[in-house]
Design a binder for this molecule. Structure first.
Ligand code: 2HA
Ligand code: ZN
Length: 270
């Protein structure tokens, strides 16, 4: 069996959590990431019959029965993942009845998956239906996106249009727009269901006054989505106090989308 610490997905997990921590997106224990392993990856690096411990699930994950995920731990700090991956990360497999998960590796100090694991699993299900190649669900607290939800309308059309205006590649990177949920109690099945519903059509979902969820086929893709939206939000926050005298028109933004041939939400531009 291959050394799990050298698996590409393990290296990516370490690099991305370090990167997100350094960007200030994941203070203390903020943020969580899950990556769906292929069966080939799982078999190459793990003994799939191992059962270190089991964790009950509060949602029905039957659609993901037998699937294996590497996931960040509850209460764990992104800054520590690279130094102690086995303590801060775990690899779990969903039971056949979808009611629990079995720990195959990690959480060596007795930890368990992120408190947002229900959201992750429901979002994986939603994204896999829309795009069978989706593998990543990522949650973070990027400062400027978060700040925007305190001072900007959280109507998702208005929120998206501002982001499209303020980052040149915004409409190309997230042409379907960014969905926004109002403040809701996190760690609950209600917010998990609401987020997954938005993920039917969107890869980016804002949680107002909390943070953002991103989805993608690769670590880079999910990260790049959040990074682009965050760049737009930063430009918004930096220019909202002064008169803006040059703003791209909706026609100019649409022209970008047309040039790059992306299927954008035409009704979200006027
Ligand atoms: O994992 O970010 O939303 C800590 C959080 C909860
Ligand atoms: Zn959070």
């Amino acid at each position: 069996m291959k050394n799990i610490l050298e698996a590409p997905f393990m290296i990516e997990m370490k690099r991305i959590t370090e990167n997100m921590y350094r960007l200030g997106w994941d203070e203390r224990n903020a943020g969580n990431i899950s990556y769906l392993l292929t069966e080939k990856e799982a078999e190459a690096y793990l003994d799939l019959n191992v059962c270190v411990r089991t964790f009950p699930l509060s949602i029905d994950a039957k659609a993901l029965a037998g699937k294996t995920f590497i996931v960040t731990g509850t209460g764990k700090y992104f800054k520590n993942v690279q130094h102690e991956p086995e303590e801060n990360l775990g690899i779990v497999r969903i039971s056949d009845d979808g009611k629990s998960t079995r720990l195959l590796w990690g959480f060596s100090g007795g930890g368990s998956p992120t408190s947002e694991f229900s959201v992750h699993l429901m979002c994986h299900s939603a994204r896999l239906k829309a795009n069978p190649a989706n593998r990543i669900i990522m949650h973070a607290h990027p400062t400027n996106l978060l700040a925007m939800t305190f001072v900007h309308s959280i109507d998702e059309k208005e929120f998206t249009r501002t982001l499209w205006q303020l980052c040149i590649e915004g409409i190309v990177v997230f042409p379907e727009g960014i969905a926004v949920l109002p403040w809701m109690l996190c760690g609950t099945n209600e917010i998990a269901e609401a987020t997954a519903k938005k993920m039917d059509e969107h890869r980016l979902v804002m949680w107002a006054q909390h943070g953002v969820f991103g989805a993608g086929n690769t670590f880079d893709e999910a990260f790049g989505l959040i990074e682009t939206a965050e760049k737009a939000a930063e430009t918004h926050i930096k220019t909202m106090h002064v008169p803006r005298i040059n703003i791209p028109t909706d026609a100019q933004i649409a022209a970008l989308a047309e040039k790059w041939n992306v299927n954008y939400r035409k009704d979200w531009l006027s």
